[in-house]
Write a protein that binds this ligand. Structure first.
Ligand code: DOR
Ligand code: ZN
Length: 346
């Protein structure tokens, strides 16, 4: 069936990097235009480690919203070796912090202060399990002897499975999954394990990194994988299984930080996030499954009400800008200069 218009409940983004300062001002309108709520990543420099940090960051986000926006930032705390159970209880009671993010130290952008050993956070996990507060996991090992393309699969075996065994009722989101192994693990686990999936991992495989030369704007972590993994993600996202839901992992960096001898990881997708997910779902004739993935399953997992407003996507080819200005620099967005088929109406 050829669908040309798709109206769905207004979606939420369950994983986004909004940054701070002039970058926040440049990117926030893109997220707020499409999503009613977003889980905001805490990997600022310095990171969002306490409820007070989260409150202050939330205030800066609200101040940067364009007039008339209806958008609620859902804040997260960055787990370190020093995070205390008392802090977690305060965060939960605050009404502004919705989850805790675990970055293995050194795994990705601004993860230097992440946990050096999961065991350090066992007292914190037991409080989170008691409170029903989700743990959001960047699931990659940092062991330099493990091949970069295997880091997610090895993390699942070495760390996620033991963690689930030790905290069987802990709510966990395995973020931005990239492999068949992650899909299988989430599918077979109890319902307190879910996963987010990005638009870039649905649309690209690792060939995109090397198409005719090295392509820094396709470099993200976890890194793009083989085609068979992309197909497994697409099957999971479009399956209607509520354990898989939308999290863009939109991660803007300045052009000069990406196009460098040591370029940063991250793809910016917030400018066209819903359009890009629509492209991915349409590629396998699964547009009717987009609403559950984008607008229902995440809210259900977090125990939050579903949104009531709606959004309409139309099939109308349009060209993505070549760049987005940030101060004296630029972001090169996903699909820069390319024509895509779907557009948000209005
Ligand atoms: O590609 C990524 N960029 N992956 C992450 O985990 C972090 C993110 C960022 O903050 O730039
Ligand atoms: Zn992220």
């Amino acid at each position: 069936m050829n669908i040309n218009t798709l109206t769905l409940t207004r979606p939420d983004d369950w994983h986004v990097h909004l940054r701070d300062g002039e970058m926040l001002a440049a990117v926030l309108p893109d997220t707020a235009r499409q999503f009613a709520r977003a889980i905001v990543m805490p990997n600022l420099k310095p990171p969002v480690r306490t409820t007070d940090d989260a409150r202050a960051y939330r205030t800066r986000i609200l101040a940067a919203l364009p007039a008339g926006s209806v958008f609620e930032p859902l804040m997260t705390l960055y787990l370190t070796d020093q995070t205390t159970s008392t802090e977690i209880r305060a965060a939960h009671a605050s009404g502004v912090v919705y989850a805790v993010k675990y970055y293995p130290a050194g795994a990705t952008t601004h993860s230097e202060l992440g946990l050096t050993d999961l065991a350090h956070a066992y007292p914190v996990f037991s409080v989170m399990q008691e409170l029903g507060m989700p743990l959001l996991i960047h699931g990659e090992v940092t062991d330099p002897t493990v091949d970069i393309f295997d880091r997610e699969a090895v993390f699942i075996e070495r760390h996620l499975i033991p963690l689930m065994r030790d905290f069987p009722a802990l709510k966990i989101v395995l973020e931005h999954i990239t492999t068949q192994q992650a899909v299988d693990c989430v599918r077979h686990a109890p319902k307190n394990l879910a996963a987010t999936i990005t638009p870039h991992h649905l649309l690209y495989n690792r060939n995109a990194l090397f198409q005719g030369g090295i392509r820094p704007h396709y470099y993200c972590l976890p890194i793009l994988k083989r085609e068979r993994h992309r197909l497994a993600l697409l099957a999971a996202a479009t399956s209607g299984n509520p354990k898989f839901f939308l999290g863009t992992d939109s991660a803007p960096h300045r052009q000069h930080d990406k196009q460098s001898t040591c370029g940063c990881a991250g793809m910016y997708s917030a400018h066209a996030a819903m359009e890009l997910y629509a492209e991915a779902f349409d590629s396998v004739d699964a547009l009717p499954s987009l609403e559950g993935f984008a607008s229902h399953f995440g809210a259900d997992f977090y125990g939050l009400p579903r949104n009531t407003a709606s959004m309409t996507l139309i099939r109308e080819p349009h060209t993505i800008p070549a760049d987005i200005t940030v101060g004296t620099d630029k972001i090169i967005p996903m699909c820069a200069g390319e024509t895509i088929a779907w557009k948000i109406q209005g």
